[in-house]
Write a protein of this length. Structure first.
Length: 475
C-alpha cells in the first residue's frame, strides 16, 4: 500500500508540473539540432578545435565533425541549424552539492522555476538533496521524461545520517546508535530513491563502514562531512566523496589549534587552513587518492560566515531570478548559518582561510586527486545556481589550478565521481547533448564561463537572455 500511494503521489506531482515546463527534452521524433561552426573545448585532451559542428538527436550527440563544405552531406536536411560561429562550446557544468527543498523559510518552492535557474547558469547536472528523497523522485522523473525542463538530477539522501550525540545545538540529522541501525536507515533511504547516502559530522569507523558497505551493496554511493572520523579513515572505509573541507585537516593542525575556537563548533575547521602542516596534509591527500575518494570543497558558500556582505555584492544582480516570495523571505531573514554561533570575530581569518583552502585544493588536483564543483546553495540567496559554480571555478584558479583543471572539475571529473562518465561530462558522440555555448574562451580566461550565450540540455537549446527574462517575469 505504501508503494502504491508513493507512485500515485509521484504522478500527481508530474501532472501538476507539466504545464509549467519551459520545454520538453528533445525526443527521437524531433528534428535534429545542429550547432554550426563553434570552437570546441575538449576537456579530455585540453585542446580547442575551431569550426566544429555538433549534431544532436534524441537528446544525444550523434555526430561531431568539422563544419566544412565537404561535410555538408552529413547534416540532415531537416536539422534545425543554430549558428554558434565565433563562440566556444563546452560541456554543461555540474553542481554536486545542491539543496532542493520543497519549502524554504516558510515559503513553498516552485521547483520547475528553481531548475530553470540552474540551466540559465550553465548547469546541466546536479546532485541534489531535498527535504527528503520524496520530493526529488518525481522531479527527477519529470525531467527525465521531458515533462519539466531542468538539469539531470542525481538524488542524495536527506536528512543526513549521524551517530549520537550528533551536531551540537542544532537539530538537522537522523540519529543512529549502532551499525545495525545505520544499515537499516541506509536501506530505507535507498528504497525511497537515494542514489547517494549522506552522512554528517559525527560517526565512528564501525558505523561508517556499515553505511558504506550497505550502500555499495545496493548500488548506491556515500558522501558527507565525516568531521569526527577524518578524511584518512573515511577514505579507507570506502567513502566516495567528502563534502566541504572540514574532515581534511585535523591531523595537520597542532594540538592547541585543534582545541581552539570551540565557540563555533566544527566550523573552526573551515577557519584554520592557514595553520596546516602541509607535509602531514599531503599524507591525507595520498590516502584519498589511493582510495579514489573525491573532494567537493564548496568554497564560495563559506562567505556566509566569513563575509555575508561580499556574497550580496558579487551575486546580488542575479537575486531577481529567484521566485519573488522566496526572495522576500530571504530579505526578512538572510541568515544561512546557525544563529547559535557568532562568526564575526573570525571573519578576516576565515577569508584568508578560504584562499588557503583553494591553494591546497589545487595542490590536491596536481597530485592526482579528484575535485568536483559543488555550491551548497538553497532555493534562495545568497548563492545563485550556476553563478556559484562559476565563482567556485574562479577561486580554484586563484588558488593555483589552470583554467583547464578548473573546467574539468565542473565537467568530466564530476561525471567520473558520479559514475556517469559514459553519459555526460564531455562533448563526445553517444553522450547526452548537454552543452554550454560561451562568448569567450574559458581556457584563456576562466571568467568566460560566466559569459553564456545559450545552453543545450538533452538536445534542446535555450537562449540565456530569453531564459533569464522569463525567470524575472515569473511571480
Amino acid at each position: 500500500m505504501k508503494r502504491f500511494l508513493w507512485f500515485v503521489f509521484s504522478f500527481v506531482c508530474i501532472a501538476a508540473w507539466r504545464d509549467s515546463a519551459l520545454a520538453q527534452a528533445q525526443k527521437s521524433s524531433d528534428p535534429p539540432v545542429f550547432l554550426s561552426g563553434g570552437t570546441l573545448v575538449d576537456v579530455i585532451r585540453g585542446e580547442v578545435y575551431p569550426d566544429v559542428g555538433v549534431l544532436a538527436q534524441g537528446g544525444k550527440i550523434t555526430e561531431l565533425f568539422f563544419d566544412f563544405p565537404y561535410n555538408a552531406a552529413r547534416i540532415p536536411a531537416k536539422a534545425v541549424r543554430v549558428d554558434v560561429k565565433g563562440k566556444y562550446i563546452m560541456p554543461g557544468m555540474m553542481d554536486l552539492h545542491a539543496h532542493v527543498q520543497t519549502g524554504f523559510k516558510g515559503v513553498k518552492v516552485n521547483l520547475p522555476h528553481y531548475m530553470k535557474i540552474f540551466m540559465a547558469g550553465g548547469v546541466t547536472t546536479i546532485r541534489a538533496m531535498g527535504s527528503a528523497e520524496d520530493n526529488l523522485v518525481p522531479l527527477k522523473h519529470a525531467i527525465d521524461t521531458g515533462a519539466v525542463a531542468g538539469p539531470n538530477v542525481i538524488i542524495g539522501s536527506f536528512p543526513p545520517i549521524e551517530q549520537a550525540p550528533g551536531f551540537p545545538r542544532v537539530e538537522r540529522t537522523e540519529m543512529v546508535n549502532t551499525a545495525l541501525e545505520a544499515r537499516a536507515l541506509t536501506r530505507d533511504h535507498i528504497f525511497k530513491g537515494a542514489e547517494w547516502v549522506k552522512f554528517y559530522n559525527y560517526i565512528d569507523r564501525d558505523v561508517g563502514a556499515a553505511v558504506v558497505d550497505e550502500a555499495h551493496k545496493h548500488g548506491a554511493k556515500v558522501f558527507g562531512h565525516f568531521t569526527m572520523l577524518g578524511a584518512d579513515d573515511a577514505a579507507k572505509i570506502g567513502v566516495d566523496s567528502l563534502e566541504h573541507t572540514v574532515s581534511l585537516i585535523q591531523k595537520s593542525l597542532a594540538y592547541e589549534d585543534q582545541i581552539a575556537m570551540t565557540d563555533i563548533g566544527y566550523y573552526r575547521y573551515f577557519v584554520q587552513w592557514t595553520k596546516v602542516n602541509e607535509k602531514t596534509l599531503d599524507e591525507t591527500f595520498k590516502t584519498m587518492i589511493a582510495h579514489k575518494t573525491a573532494l567537493i570543497p564548496t568554497l564560495m558558500i563559506q562567505y556566509v560566515g566569513a563575509d555575508p556582505d561580499y556574497l550580496s555584492k558579487v551575486s546580488g544582480e542575479w537575486f531577481d531570478l529567484y521566485q519573488k516570495d522566496l526572495f522576500a523571505a530571504y530579505q526578512k531573514d538572510p541568515l544561512r548559518v546557525p544563529a547559535v554561533y557568532n562568526f564575526k570575530a573570525y571573519g578576516p581569518q576565515w577569508k584568508a582561510s578560504i584562499l588557503a583552502q583553494a591553494k591546497q585544493v589545487a595542490r590536491f588536483v596536481k597530485m592526482g586527486g579528484r575535485v568536483g564543483t559543488g555550491s551548497d546553495l538553497s532555493p534562495a540567496p545568497p548563492l545563485v545556481p550556476g553563478l556559484s559554480i562559476r565563482q567556485e571555478l574562479e577561486l580554484f584558479v586563484a588558488g593555483g589550478m589552470t583554467p583547464l583543471e578548473a573546467i574539468r572539475s565542473a565537467t568530466i571529473v564530476p561525471a567520473e565521481i558520479l559514475g556517469w562518465e559514459d553519459r555526460f561530462g564531455s562533448i563526445e558522440i553517444g553522450k547526452q547533448a548537454d552543452i554550454v555555448v560561451l562568448n569567450g574562451n574559458p581556457l584563456a580566461d576562466i571568467k568566460a564561463v560566466g559569459n553564456i550565450d545559450s545552453v543545450m540540455v538533452a538536445g534542446r537549446v535555450y537562449k540565456i537572455n530569453e531564459l533569464t527574462a522569463e525567470l524575472r517575469k515569473a511571480p
